[in-house]
Write a protein that binds this ligand. Structure first.
Ligand code: NDP
Ligand code: MG
Length: 380
């Protein structure tokens, strides 16, 4: 029986993780759950899974949750540091990081330092500080949840790392893949929130529409698998059946395929190196008819270029890109900026940031804070 903590249990990945745990009750015990503000859903999860620890970032709402469970089991944590506190106090084997944004970084570091397995959906922590996170982690201590990275991780089992020529990350292309470029500035949040294949949280759905999500995934792949920017290619594959591929030095290309369902990579991260049965939509190639591919359009989606820039430069550029993007996405959702201004302003903020080649954690957090301020200036 493995003990798991789910950071961000009320989100899209969090709920899917709990479904995996529900289906594999004999293998997993949930010992910690957390959310930012959705306390009523968190309360339902607490009633079902009876974790020892519950963390709710919003202190006022935490009081309501506490009243609901007065005199019963969970130990309640609240406030800005509650995720790290839960990771440090709980006796978990696996920490699933399913929170969105930079807030995931300190908890990811705490999990690794405590020797826990980190099932990582929160790609932002690697984008910000991949060199720090990876240098602390032992082999296979971080297991990818992101479907593309899980596909690469699984495909890599076919050869040695020195035999890898390149990885090919697939992208659905998002809702605007075939949309006229000159109409993109007028795209509204409701249109951008309609993803063709995946049901996800708002931030990653907008990132998928701008292709910033692919940019983040290029950086995530660089750190997770020790690749150079030149070894990472992106191909548009609208059916999202091939989740990514690895090309080895002898020309063999190994792909991981299946119906698009996040429970597959989540469960693989939890059960690794074993597999367990999982009920998913049938894999029916004749019904699909064809799998199609095309080159991404970096002119139309400049975020992609920024992903490669960060993968080449490293240093503080990742933290700067991530923070500027988080603010820009929220500004777009709030109707403050146009869709195409997200990548435009992110590029502007990156272009005049104070670059540090080998930043420590304080430098990373300072770059993050600076980029948020700079992006806010673009909004005035
Ligand atoms: P959601 O927005 O659906 O969920 C985010 C979770 O994090 C919620 O539980 C939310 O709590 C919590 N949260 C939000 N802000 C904070 C904060 N400031 N402090 C603490 N907790 C917070 O996101 P997703 O599940 O879609 O994505 C989560 C992560 O996984 C992201 O990094 C994303 O890039 C990555 N990912 C997601 C995929 C997907 O299919 N959804 C696929 C691959 C990667 P509350 O509910 O209270 O707001
Ligand atoms: Mg992905």
């Amino acid at each position: 029986m493995k003990k798991i903590v789910v950071l961000g249990s009320t989100g899209s990945i969090g709920k899917n993780t709990l479904e995996v745990a529900r289906n594999l009750k004999d293998k997993f015990q949930v010992v910690g759950l957390s959310s930012n503000s959705r306390w009523e859903l968190l309360a339902e999860q607490v009633e079902e899974f009876k974790p020892r620890y519950v963390a709710l970032c919003d202190g006022e709402l935490a009081k309501k949750l506490q009243q609901r469970f007065q005199g019963t089991h969970p130990e309640m944590l609240a406030g800005n540091n509650c995720l790290q506190e839960m990771v440090l106090n709980c006796n978990a084997d696996i920490v699933v990081s399913a929170v969105v944004g930079a807030v995931g970084l300190p908890a990811a570091i705490a999990a690794i330092e405590r020797g826990k397995t980190l099932a990582l959906a929160n790609k932002e922590s690697l984008v910000m500080a991949g060199h720090i996170v990876m240098s602390l982690a032992k082999k296979d201590q971080i297991l990818p949840v992101d479907s593309e990275h899980s596909a690469i991780f699984q495909s890599l089992r076919s050869g040695k790392s020195c035999e890898v020529k390149r990885v090919i990350i697939t992208a659905s292309g998002g809702p605007f893949c075939d949309y006229p470029a000159d109409k993109l500035p007028d795209v509204k949040p409701a249109q951008a929130l309609k993803h063709p294949t995946w049901q996800m949280g708002q931030k990653i759905t907008i990132d998928s529409a701008t292709l910033m999500n692919k940019a983040l995934e290029i950086i995530e792949a660089k750190w997770l698998f020790g690749l150079t920017a030149e070894q990472i290619d992106v191909v548009i594959h609208p059916q999202s059946i091939i989740h990514s591929m690895v090309e080895f030095c002898d020309g063999s290309v190994i792909a991981q395929m299946g119906s698009p369902d996040m429970k597959v990579p989540i469960q693989y991260a939890l059960t690794y190196p074993e597999r367990s049965p999982l009920r998913v939509k049938g894999f029916d190639l004749p019904a699909l008819g064809s799998l199609t591919f095309k080159k991404p359009d970096a002119e139309k989606f400049p975020a992609l270029r920024l992903g490669y820039q960060v993968a080449r430069e490293g240093g503080t550029t990742g933290a700067t890109l991530n923070a500027a993007n988080e603010v820009a996405v929220q500004a777009f959702l709030d109707g403050q900026i146009k869709f195409t201004e997200i990548a435009m302003y992110v590029e502007k903020v990156i272009s005049h940031h104070h670059f540090i080649k080998n930043p420590c954690l304080e430098d990373i957090l300072a770059a993050d804070a600076w980029a948020r301020q700079e992006m806010k200036k673009c909004l005035i």
